[in-house]
Write a protein that binds this ligand. Structure first.
Ligand SMILES: *[C@@H]1O[C@H](CO)[C@@H](O)[C@H](O)[C@H]1NC(C)=O
Ligand SMILES: *[C@@H]1O[C@H](CO)[C@@H](O)[C@H](O)[C@H]1NC(C)=O
Ligand SMILES: *[C@@H]1O[C@H](CO)[C@@H](O)[C@H](O)[C@H]1NC(C)=O
Ligand SMILES: *[C@@H]1O[C@H](CO)[C@@H](O)[C@H](O)[C@H]1NC(C)=O
Ligand SMILES: *[C@@H]1O[C@H](CO)[C@@H](O)[C@H](O)[C@H]1NC(C)=O
Length: 465
């Protein structure tokens, strides 16, 4: 597969047929109600977790019940697909609301790493009970239904393999009518590898080819099936860890207006929208393995205050290395590790692990640090952290603004011991959310990714026109 002509599904000429021009009118008569209630609920600034008002629910809930559009139907009425799906989602929302209200909730083990442990726990339970993903069958490997399962884009292939190919996932819908969301099983990493060949001149990097592929795919499935048109793409998603993932939607923003983009590269300055899109961790998997070696040491044995080793790319790293490279015994910053030193071992020996953005906002270091029991120090601009819809990152990480890079040593030295120990223990608690299992297990990374998508889906209701 070397040329774009060999793309495994036909190119549709009218690539702007959807989302633009006359189809806009048709869209206007469809009703898509966005609630953002659960976004509000889980989000830090709107939900006050300390407010244990178990009798009076937060006001956002009434919004849902008083605006309920589910009609009372006669028993003879055969429910349409959307009525069934939306009725079921309404029950899930109600259970989550109920769990938040109930005062006798018993899920104390991890408590404070979540914005709202009750909401998250019940939401996860509801997800296990009901969530179904339809994986479109169109397209052929290697661009579709396939992805890398190792190295830094591993999550693309692992997710596709888990949900699509393994045929073991309880989340995979057996019929599209049963699904609440629809997955376009593209791997951007594979598209770049197989379509962008050869790469000689600048135009060989033109994102247009990638955009055309995905747009054509959408055109095909939206003509063949009713699902895309019914929701204007709002219940459709694509997952990408590759740097180019966000570019998919640049060519035709109208088409992707509601579409859920599940991305490692969650750069808010590049159009990442936390209430619609999903931020997922970048995880670097060794060949044939799902975990890094565990060289995590007890806090008392962690003799290094802060550690970083990595190549210089991007402005943030330039600043970090300029100030700290090989300058301080306690702030161990390397571009290349000295011979005989072991990366994973050094992380296990450090209290804090510096995770600066490089050319892209996400870095596999965050997951590596968490697995090594090392408190991540996030140094970034406008990066929406993974799973930050449910996780309170400040409970298990430190955020240092780019302009404070020169003060890293002061800032970290001044973290009180008990505060550090609290974060260390929370890193251990949050670790299960950053572990890849095959098949997936409750609360692991795969489930967290699915939960993020589930949560976006809970936030709107689709009504037939
Ligand atoms: C979806 O909408 C497009 C554009 O309006 C239309 O061409 C297509 O036929 C519709 N699909 C179905 C299945 O009706
Ligand atoms: C890693 O090793 C440490 C120390 O031996 C141990 O306490 C910890 O539970 C291990 N972590 C995992 C995830 O296996
Ligand atoms: C995020 O996006 C902005 C705008 O395109 C860009 O300037 C910045 O470098 C990006 N951040 C990273 C770390 O890539
Ligand atoms: C981050 O976002 C803010 C607000 O949108 C913007 O003003 C700023 O330039 C962004 N920073 C970078 C590095 O893109
Ligand atoms: C999130 O964590 C911070 C820092 O530990 C804490 O001050 C704050 O109260 C937490 N927020 C919620 C809603 O739990």
């Amino acid at each position: 597969m070397t040329s774009p002509a060999a793309v495994p599904f036909p190119h549709v000429r009218e690539r702007n047929a959807m989302g633009l021009g006359s189809s806009r009118l048709r869209y206007a008569i469809l009703a898509l109600f966005f609630f953002n209630v659960f976004h509000i609920l889980f989000a830090p600034s709107y939900f006050n977790f300390d407010d244990h008002s178990s009798t009076s629910p937060p006001q956002h809930f009434d919004f849902l019940s008083t605006h309920s559009t589910i009609k009372h139907l006669s028993p003879a009425h055969k429910l349409s697909r959307l009525e069934r799906i939306e009725g079921d989602l309404a029950r899930a929302r109600a259970s989550i609301q109920e769990a938040i209200r109930s005062s006798n909730f018993a899920w104390h083990d991890t408590g404070s790493i979540y914005w709202n442990p009750r909401a998250f726990h019940q939401s996860h339970v509801e997800m296990l009970k009901r969530f179904k993903v339809w994986v479109y069958e169109e397209g052929e490997q290697p661009l579709v239904h396939d992805g890398p399962v190792n190295d830094i884009y591993a999550i693309e292939g692992q997710f596709i393999d888990e949900i699509d190919n393994s045929n073991r996932s309880p989340f995979k819908a057996t019929h599209p009518d049963k699904a609440q969301v629809f997955f376009l099983p593209f791997s951007v990493a594979k598209v770049i590898r197989f379509v962008y060949k050869p790469r000689i001149s600048k135009s060989d990097y033109d994102p247009d080819r990638l955009q055309r592929l995905v747009e054509d795919y959408i055109t095909i499935i939206s003509h063949k099936y009713p699902y895309w048109n019914a929701s204007m793409g709002a219940d459709h998603f694509l997952l990408s860890c590759h740097d180019w993932g966000p570019r998919i939607s640049y060519g035709n923003p109208e088409m992707f207006k509601n579409f859920i983009r599940v991305l490692c590269n969650a750069n808010a300055s590049e159009g990442f929208q936390p209430s619609r899109d999903v931020s997922i961790p970048e995880v670097k998997l060794p060949k044939g393995k799902l975990v890094q070696r565990n060289l995590s040491k007890h806090p008392d044995k962690r003799t290094i205050l802060a550690f970083f080793a990595g190549r210089v790319h991007g402005n943030i790293r330039k600043k970090l290395l300029k100030r700290w490279k090989a300058k301080d015994d306690q702030i161990r910053v390397h571009e290349y590790l000295p011979k005989g030193e072991d990366y994973a071992k050094l992380m296990g020996l450090s209290k804090f692990c510096l995770c600066p953005s490089g050319n892209e906002v996400a870095s596999p270091r965050v997951v590596e640090a968490i697995q090594a029991g090392c408190v991540p120090v996030i140094i970034c601009d406008n990066y929406t952290l993974p799973f930050s819809d449910v996780l309170n990152w400040s409970q298990f990480s430190v955020e240092i603004p780019v302009e404070k890079i020169p003060e890293i040593k002061n800032i970290l030295q001044n973290v009180p011991k008990d505060e550090y120990l609290k974060m260390y223990n929370n890193v251990r608690k949050v670790r299960r959310h950053f572990v890849v299992n095959r098949p997936a297990k409750p609360f692991d990374m795969m489930h967290m990714i699915l939960h993020s998508i589930w949560l976006r889906r809970l936030n709107f209701r689709i009504i037939a026109s």
